[in-house]
Design a protein around this ligand. Structure first.
Ligand code: ZN
Length: 463
C-alpha cells in the first residue's frame, strides 16, 4: 500500500531519534510521521503542524526511537527445552537434546513459537525469524503452525525451512529417527515456499531454504537446496563455522574447511546468510566479503556453548553484511535480542585482537537493525527510519531509574539495563504498548509453554 494523503497518520514527537540511515543521522529531539504502513517523514524538532488525518499523536518525551530490531537466527521449538544440558559444548549438547527434539508435534511447535515470538516482540523485535529443521514423521504441519503463531503476534517473519538428512548411519550427528530423506526434505521445502512465501515489499511472511549444518545434511541436500532456492528466488540459510569440532569434521569428511566446502556446494552468495561464523580465517572472511554472504552473529549462544568469539569487527571492515541472532533458547535461555546488542559489543571487546578497533555502541545498534535487514534481504524495506520504508519502529523508555542519568540515549539502550518498550509498530500497527503485547495473551502463552514443555519431557522419557 503506498502512502496517500487519505491514509491515517500517526505522529511521534519530542523523542531522541537514531535513524540508522547510511549517515547514522540522529536527532536529540525529533519527530516521525507514519502514514498507513510507511514512514512519511523523520526529522528534527516537532512534526509539521498542518498535517491532515492525524489519528494518533504520541508525546514521546524521555524516549529514544529506533528502527525495530531484526532477529536473524533462532530455533523457536527450543523454547520448551530450555535449561537442559547447561554445561555441554555444541556437539555434546546436540547429542543430549536430539532424542527429545525428535518427539515434538504440531501443538508443541505452535506453543514454543508463541513463547519465542512473545518474548522477542516484547523486547522490541519487529522482524523475527525461525530456523526450523526438526520434522519428525507424522508430526503434522509444523511450518504452518509456526507461521500462524508469527502472524498472530503481529511481527514480520522469515521462516527458514530447515532439514537434516545425514544421520549417524551416514557419519552425521543426529540419530536416524530425527532426519528426513533428501527427496522428502526438498519436496516439503518447495511446498512451504509455494504456500507461504510473499515476495512483495510489504511482505509479512517469507521463506528461506535452510539445510541445518554440514554435520547433519548431505552434500547433495546442500547442492540441490541451493538450486531450489535460486529457482524460486528465495534466500538460503544454514549454520557455518560454529566450533572447532565442526571444522575438524569438515576436514575429515570433505578434505577442506567449512567455508571452502560451502563454496563448493553453491553456498556463498549475496542471497545466503549463515549463523555463527566463529572460526573464520582471513581468507574465509575475504570470501564472504567478495560474495556478500551474510552472517548472523549470536554472541550469547556462542558464549553459552563455549564456541568462541566471531571476528565481527574484521568482518565489518571487510564489508561482510552482519546481523544479530538470539539463536535457539536451549543455548540462550533469555530469548531476547536487545541484550544481544550489549553482548555483541562486550564479547567482541574481550577478543584481544580487537582492542584497538572494537565495536562501538552505534555499530551494535546497526547490527541489530539495518544489519539484520541486510542479511534477510530486506534492507530496502526495513532496518532504518527513512521516508518510504515500512513503519517498523520502537520507542524505548529511557527516563526512569535505570537510564535517566545516562548522557547518550544510544549508549543507554546498548550498554544500560534492558530498556522497556513503550510502543512498537510493525507496518504502522501497534504490537506492544507500555511493555504489554497487544495481540496475544502473554500469561496464557506462559501457561501453555510450561504444559507443552512438561508433555514433551514425559513423551521423551517414555521413548
Ligand atoms: Zn542455531
Amino acid at each position: 500500500m503506498a502512502a496517500s494523503a487519505a491514509a491515517p497518520r500517526t505522529v511521534i514527537e519530542n523523542c531522541a531519534v537514531a535513524t540508522v540511515d547510511a549517515g547514522d543521522t540522529e536527532y536529540a529531539s525529533g519527530h516521525i510521521v507514519v502514514t498507513g504502513n510507511r514512514i512519511e517523514s523523520v526529522g528534527p524538532g516537532k512534526a509539521p503542524g498542518n498535517l491532515e488525518n492525524v489519528v494518533r499523536r504520541v508525546d514521546a518525551s524521555g524516549h529514544l526511537a529506533t528502527p525495530g530490531l531484526v532477529n536473524t537466527h533462532h530455533h523457536f521449538y527450543q523454547w520448551i527445552t530450555r535449561g537442559l544440558a547447561t554445561d555441554h559444548n555444541l556437539f555434546d549438547w546436540l547429542v543430549a537434546l536430539y532424542p527429545t527434539w525428535a518427539r515434538i508435534d504440531e501443538q508443541m511447535a505452535y506453543s514454543a513459537a508463541q513463547g519465542s515470538l512473545a518474548m522477542m516482540a516484547r523486547g522490541g523485535v519487529t522482524t523475527a525469524m525461525d530456523h526450523h529443521y526438526v520434522f519428525p514423521k507424522g508430526s503434522g504441519d509444523l511450518s504452518g503452525a509456526i507461521i500462524r503463531a508469527a502472524s498472530e503476534t503481529g511481527v514480520r517473519f522469515t521462516l527458514a525451512r530447515g532439514s537434516m538428512d545425514r544421520s549417524e548411519k551416514d557419519g552425521g550427528l543426529p540419530p536416524d529417527f530425527a532426519v528426513e530423506t533428501l527427496e522428502g526434505a526438498l519436496a516439503a521445502t518447495e511446498e512451504t515456499i509455494d504456500k507461504h512465501h510473499d515476495a512483495s515489499f510489504d511482505a509479512m511472511t517469507q521463506i528461506a531454504v535452510a539445510p541445518c549444518s554440514p554435520f547433519s545434511v548431505s552434500t547433495e541436500l546442500l547442492r540441490q537446496g541451493a538450486e531450489l532456492a535460486r529457482r524460486k528466488g528465495v534466500r538460503l540459510h544454514t549454520h557455518g563455522s560454529e566450533t572447532v569440532e565442526e571444522e575438524k569434521f569438515c576436514h575429515e569428511l570433505f578434505g577442506m574447511g567449512p567455508t571452502r566446502y560451502f563454496e563448493s556446494t553453491g553456498w556463498l552468495g549475496e542471497d545466503v546468510w549463515m549463523a555463527h561464523c566463529v572460526h573464520m580465517n582471513d581468507s574465509d572472511i575475504e570470501a564472504f566479503a567478495r560474495t556478500k554472504t551474510g552472517v548472523a552473529h549470536c554472541p550469547s549462544s556462542n558464549a553459552r556453548l563455549a564456541a568462541g568469539i566471531a571476528r565481527v569487527p574484521d568482518m565489518l571492515r571487510a564489508g561482510v553484511p552482519v546481523g544479530l541472532g538470539v539463536d535457539g533458547t536451549a543455548s540462550n535461555e533469555s530469548g531476547e535480542l536487545h541484550t544481544e546488542l550489549r553482548n555483541a559489543l562486550l564479547v567482541n571487546r574481550l577478543n584481544p585482537a580487537h582492542r584497538e578497533a572494537a565495536l562501538t555502541a552505534r555499530q551494535a545498534l546497526r547490527l541489530g537493525t539495518y544489519g539484520g535487514a541486510q542479511v534477510l534481504g530486506r534492507a530496502a524495506q526495513i532496518g532504518s527510519l527513512e521516508p518510504g520504508k515500512l513503519a517498523d519502529l520502537v520507542l524505548w523508555k529511557l527516563d526512569t531509574l535505570a537510564h535517566a542519568s545516562i548522557a547518550d540515549p544510544v549508549a543507554a539502550l546498548v550498554l544500560g539495563a534492558a530498556a522497556p518498550v513503550t510502543l512498537s509498530l510493525v507496518g504502522g500497527e501497534p504490537v506492544v504498548e507500555d511493555g504489554r503485547l497487544l495481540k496475544v495473551d502473554e500469561d496464557a502463552i506462559a501457561r501453555s509453554t510450561r504444559s507443552e514443555a512438561q508433555r514433551l519431557a514425559r513423551i521423551a522419557a517414555r521413548a
